[in-house]
Design a protein around this ligand. Structure first.
Ligand code: FES
Ligand SMILES: [Fe+2]
Length: 408
């Protein structure tokens, strides 16, 4: 496909046809994957996980875009640093996950860092050594209504375009999420999947519901197949549900409007109706956990998307958070976390039933799609103007990041 650094990117930019799936090189070229890690994942804001899973004294490690990120919480607040030792650069933490730590100690020569990133121990460095000059490299970190985001971009630390991008998302998303009080939740379950597909194949699948009726019986029990960005299809039953449920939400003071990738930004938020008589996304439509925050049972289902790593469904009783981590051009890890209220009984099987089934169906669809995208017979195909325009929105955003990279 590609015969050298940059040629895959050039082929993609030259051959991409709006309204069609991407040229095959987009899904197969390792050099292009490297460019994506710098230009798409190395900029902007990446969802890391729920704030409630990171108590004081804990460190969350996440490797993304070829970079190791360490998130921590101390009595003074939230911190994020590159997981690279200030001595000779060793990776500090090997595995992704969350652990309580008193210090972050480098496995190479035992330099020790406080959770706020400052160097507190460096044996045998001589009398002139100044530990205060050798802390970890800080990264931008934010808590958006209980969702943690990090920026690998140095611009994430200072006022400017990168922080403005976060603030726009925060302004649009916070009114929808705040009533659920996601900071006061606990993790009911967490599933990690290794998917043999390019990360964009997984995002594309998420951006349309063309495939839902044929592939997601559990999802379709409670959800209409409409409501994806740019999908103009509707039925009288859907229109009625939107009208009636919006009136109910408005009476409770819940926001009812949709924000759809404004000005080319990577976020979307919408409150969607569930089918009549359905309270939440479970197999029966009945509640499976205590109500979240201050919402009632008639609050619909909030959907938040932040490209390229996150989509979230927030129901009245549980939230489902999906995080996408590219591993290589043909491999992606996906973590699905379920949050419930901090106290009260819940049925974990009921909490996870719809989204473990739906997620696993999506990974299978994505893997099969990726096999075809890697075939010599693959040619870009036309997107449905009725059901797949949001796939095109994702492509536009992705390509704008790559173009900025190519220019740079
Ligand atoms: S590289 Fe970390 S202590 Fe030497
Ligand atoms: Fe799906």
């Amino acid at each position: 496909m590609s015969n050298g650094t940059g040629s895959g990117l050039r082929t993609l930019l030259d051959e991409r046809r709006p309204g069609w799936s991407l040229p095959g090189v987009a899904y197969t070229d390792p050099a292009l994957f490297g460019a994506e890690m710098r230009s798409v994942f190395g900029r902007g804001w990446l969802f890391v996980g729920p704030s409630s899973a990171l108590p004081v004294g804990a460190v969350q490690s996440w490797t993304v875009g070829g970079e190791s990120v360490l998130l921590s919480r101390t009595a003074t607040g939230l911190h994020a640093h590159a997981g690279v030792c200030a001595h000779r650069g060793s990776r500090l933490v090997d595995d992704d996950g969350i652990a309580h730590r008193r210090r972050i100690v480098c496995p190479y020569h035992s330099w020790a860092y406080d959770l706020d990133g400052s160097l507190v121990g460096a044996p045998q460095m001589g009398p002139d050594f100044r530990p205060d000059r050798h802390g970890l490299v800080p990264l931008g970190v934010r808590d958006l209504a209980g969702l943690l985001f990090v920026s690998l971009d140095p611009g994430g630390l200072e006022p400017g375009a990168v922080t403005d991008e976060f603030e726009a998302m925060e302004r649009d998303v916070t009114p929808h999420l705040a009533p659920y009080d996601l900071r006061s939740t606990r993790v009911a379950a967490r599933n990690v999947y290794r998917v043999r597909a390019n990360w964009k194949t997984i995002l594309e699948n998420n951006r349309e519901c063309y495939h839902c009726r044929a592939n997601h019986p559990e999802f379709c029990l409670t959800n209409f197949e409409y409501g994806t960005a740019g999908d103009p299809r509707s039925t009288p039953a859907y229109e009625r549900a939107v009208r009636e449920q919006r009136a109910t939400w408005a009476r409770q003071g819940l926001p009812t409007h949709t924000v759809d990738f404004p000005d080319g930004l990577p976020h979307r938020v919408a409150r969607l109706p569930l089918k009549p008589g359905v309270i939440t996304e479970t197999l029966t439509g009945a509640r499976c956990a205590p109500l979240l925050g201050r919402v009632g049972e008639q609050s619909g289902s909030v959907r938040v998307l932040c490209m390229p790593t996150m989509w979230v469904h927030v129901n009245c009783d549980y939230a489902m958070l999906t995080r996408v981590t590219p591993i290589d051009v043909a491999t992606t890890d996906v973590e699905v976390t379920y949050l419930v209220a901090a106290s009260g009984d819940y049925d974990v099987d009921a909490v996870t039933a719809v989204w473990s089934a739906t997620s696993e169906q999506d990974w299978e669809l994505s893997e099969r799609n990726h096999l075809g995208q890697c075939s010599r017979a693959y040619r870009p195909g036309p997107l449905s103007p009725l059901t797949e325009s949001s796939v095109g929105t994702f492509h536009d955003w992705y390509l704008s990041r790559l173009e900025a990279h190519a220019v740079a």
